[in-house]
Design a protein. Structure first.
Length: 176
């Protein structure tokens, strides 16, 4: 994406949303990542140094990775830092680029809302059936609920981005 189009791509929001995004979700993701790092360190040292690996470290790693990824998803959405390919941006007229940005944000919002809805139902199903991990018997439902909430929050952010793009219209420096 060209430098002019890339301006104001991040979500312009109030201090409450920025606090939730940066401090709560960012801090939570960083804490989980640190925990994953410590788990891996102790597991490797225990496995090769003392021949005593941490039981269930694979399951804990799976759950931590899911929580890390989905706690960072709203942060990535708010910065509009999803993976993009800009092969034809130089050739696309400004109005089409603006329309594309609004449409993509709306499609993302709807898709993420649908995914959040389905994951929430999976979490409820996990509660009904009492799903647990195989070795440590940890319940999986809390992870599913967290994933659903994080995806739902990302959906709201995508909707806010669509609104922001629609209100901004074409950049004044490129309207000519």
């Amino acid at each position: 994406m060209s430098a002019n189009v890339a301006q104001n791509r991040a979500l312009q929001s109030g201090s409450v949303i920025q606090f939730i995004l940066q401090r709560l979700l960012g801090g939570f993701a960083a804490t989980l990542l640190f925990g994953l790092m410590m788990l891996t360190l102790f597991d490797v040292v225990g496995r090769y140094g003392f021949n005593a690996p941490i039981n269930g470290s694979y399951e804990i790693t799976e759950l931590l990775l899911a929580a890390i990824i989905f706690s960072a998803l709203p942060l990535v959405s708010a910065k509009d830092d999803h993976i993009t390919v800009d092969l034809i941006d130089a050739f696309v007229p400004l109005f089409i680029a603006w329309l594309r940005d609004v449409a993509i944000a709306l499609v993302c919002a709807v898709a993420l809302a649908g995914i959040s809805y389905n994951v929430w139902h999976k979490a409820e199903e996990s509660v009904r059936y009492g799903d647990q991990t195989a070795m440590l018997f940890l319940p999986t439902a809390p992870v599913y609920f967290f994933i659903s909430i994080a995806i739902g929050f990302s959906s709201l952010i995508a909707l806010m981005l669509a609104w922001q793009y629609a209100r901004a219209g074409l950049p004044s420096s490129r309207k000519a």
